[in-house]
Design a protein around this ligand. Structure first.
Ligand SMILES: Nc1ncnc2c1ncn2[C@@H]1O[C@H](COP(=O)(O)OP(=O)(O)O)[C@@H](O)[C@H]1O
Ligand SMILES: [Mg+2]
Length: 349
């Protein structure tokens, strides 16, 4: 009996031992699995942290590469990685834009100081000469010096106010007041202003403005500015016997406006640059002192605020043509009808 109970004990302890082994194995397996999972998780987090470090070291200028291994789609680390990459892409974009703005601002300041310095130096020189040589100067010379100084100071005033306007247009600080108006009337008004300088130069001012043209919706003050800038350029660049024309005609849902001249034209290589601020093309036959190279930049910006584009076509030796379109105003709603019905309702009530 003792023998059998001893045998049972031995048997029990063997089962005990094997189950203990089993449990131990299970724990070891679970531990191993847990370690693997932790390692796998932390490996992805470590990679992500490395990506962040690399991004910071690149001075936020390069979007980090995709080094973090993919996990089950949509798990938290994946989402974190995606969010981080999306965020860094935006940061790179924003910083790029800020750097571009900063570069443009520096360029502008450099250009402005250069363009202001030249006429200022000239004014200074003439005034100084007048002061120093006052009694020795012939009255004719004195007058000429004063005239030159005055011309430069007028140029300076124009330039400063144009710069100010362009800056406001670019910062969208100009309120665009859309209203229906007749381009035909505006065109006539503007052309009238150029009659005297055109006659003086022997340039023919031609117009094709039909009074039956529908009204356009735009800011009349700003469009006037565009026309003045374009016609001013055309008249200035056209020599005696030439012609400047303003043509408006219907083009689908818009009115097409065209300012054409028979001036010297603009060389093809310069054509893409004339809309840049301060750019003045060479060999276009005008007195460079008369402008600051801002007129076309202003016109282009104004039309952009009207969702329109200023385009140019030019053939050297033949002439230049600037074109843009403006949306026509909605046909006015017949007002009488609703009023009449209100009246009849009232009358009926
Ligand atoms: N109608 C034109 N014919 C020839 N060249 C032109 C004409 N309009 C503009 N340009 C060229 O484009 C340049 C830029 O014009 P703009 O911005 O109005 O500046 P600005 O008139 O002050 O020189 C001019 O300097 C000139 O070289
Ligand atoms: Mg001009």
């Amino acid at each position: 009996e003792e023998y059998t109970s001893a045998l049972r004990l031995v048997g029990q302890s063997r089962t005990l031992r094997s189950s203990a082994w089993g449990v131990g194995l299970l724990i070891a397996l679970a531990l191993g699995a847990a370690l693997l999972i932790v390692h796998w998780l932390t490996r992805r987090l470590t990679r992500l942290a490395e990506e962040m470090d690399a991004f910071r070291e690149s001075d936020f200028s390069q979007t980090p590469g995709l080094t973090c291994p993919a996990g089950p789609p949509g798990d938290e680390i994946d989402t974190l990685g995606l969010t981080f990459r999306d965020m860094s892409r935006r940061i790179v974009e924003q910083i790029g834009r800020l750097r571009e703005v900063d570069r443009l601002r520096r360029e502008l300041v450099a250009n402005v100081s250069h363009d202001l310095r030249t006429p200022m130096a000239s004014i200074h020189g003439y005034l100084e000469t007048l002061l120093l040589k006052d009694s020795a100067l012939a009255p004719g010379d004195r007058r000429r010096y004063l005239e030159v100084a005055l011309k430069h100071s007028e140029g300076l005033r124009t330039m400063v106010s144009e710069l100010f306007d362009l800056a406001k247009l670019e910062a969208r600080e100009v309120e665009v007041r859309f209203e229906p108006f007749s381009l035909c009337e505006l065109g006539q008004d503007v052309l009238q202003r150029f009659e005297l300088p055109a006659t003086d130069k022997g340039v023919d001012l031609h117009r094709e403005l039909s009074s039956s043209l529908p009204m356009v919706t735009a800011d009349i003050r700003l469009i006037e500015r565009v026309l003045v800038n374009l016609i001013d350029n055309a008249v200035r660049h056209t020599s005696e016997g030439g012609r400047v024309s303003l043509v408006c005609h219907l083009d689908g849902e818009a009115v097409l406006v065209q300012v054409t001249d028979t001036g010297p034209g603009i060389p093809a290589l310069e054509l893409s640059r004339i809309f840049e601020r301060f750019y003045q093309a060479r060999g276009t036959g005008a007195d460079a002192e008369e402008g600051a190279g801002l007129g076309l930049a202003i016109a282009k910006r104004i039309l952009e605020l009207h969702d329109s584009v200023l385009s140019v076509r030019s053939v050297p030796g033949e002439g230049t043509s600037f074109v843009f379109t403006l949306r026509i105003a909605e046909p006015a709603q017949p007002r009488e009808l609703p009023q009449a019905s209100v009246l009849t309702e009232k009358a009926a009530g």
